[in-house]
Design a protein around this ligand. Structure first.
Ligand code: HEC
Length: 171
């Protein structure tokens, strides 16, 4: 074997090594990125599925609770709304529309208030009865996805019942 031949062999061994290294690097990358992508997607789907299904099961009709609800306590709960809503007859629209007489009223009831498209779209398609208000106040974005009402919602069933009992008195 002359030195030229030896060099050729050495070079091809080197190339083979490099190819093997590159290959293993590449497969490392592929191997790692695949399970990661999968996990992220699985976690997302899992979380969405769970929350959607449990939330829907959790929210019970409010009507049975209204019999024993206390409007006076509801007035205190309603302080959470005062930042954006006025409750007086003929009162102004603030960040949110005036809410006098809201129970039984049209969706997007206040003429001249700049409602979100999603709430405007509901106008003429029903009224704010106690169950609708219950769903909206529980989680505004679940009931009207594009709503402009940036309010987290009230999780406690009793608080919502008291609040709705108070809103019912505003007429
Ligand atoms: C951070 C401000 C803010 C808070 C706090 C808030 N709201 Fe609202 N509310 C709004 C806005 C803005 C709208 C208009 C929503 C839209 O156009 O999608 C609205 C709309 C509404 C509507 C629909 C009225 C209609 O004419 O269709 C009801 C009912 C309502 N809010 C009830 C409440 C109640 C009850 C509370 C307290 C528990 C509350 N909101 C707290 C800002 C708020």
């Amino acid at each position: 074997m002359n030195s030229f031949e030896f060099n050729k062999i050495a070079a091809s061994v080197l190339v083979a090594l490099l190819v093997a290294m590159a290959g293993s690097l590449l497969s490392d990358t592929l191997f790692h990125s695949h399970p990661l992508e999968k996990n992220v997607i699985q976690i997302d789907l899992g979380a969405t599925n769970n929350s959607a299904s449990t939330e829907k099961k959790e929210l019970q009709p409010i009507t049975p609770l209204l019999a024993s609800a206390d409007p006076e306590k509801g007035k205190i709960v309603a302080k959470k709304c005062l930042q954006c809503h006025n409750f007086d007859k003929g009162g102004p629209n603030l960040t949110g529309p005036n809410l006098w007489g809201i129970i039984g009223n049209q969706f997007a009831h206040a003429a001249g208030f700049a409602y979100s498209q999603d709430l405007k779209d509901k106008h003429g398609k029903g009224t704010w009865d106690v169950e609708e208000i219950n769903k909206f106040v529980h989680k505004p974005r679940d009931f009207i996805p594009g709503t402009k009402m940036s309010f987290v919602g009230i999780a406690d069933d009793k608080d919502r019942a008291d609040l709705i009992a108070y809103l019912t008195t505003l007429k």
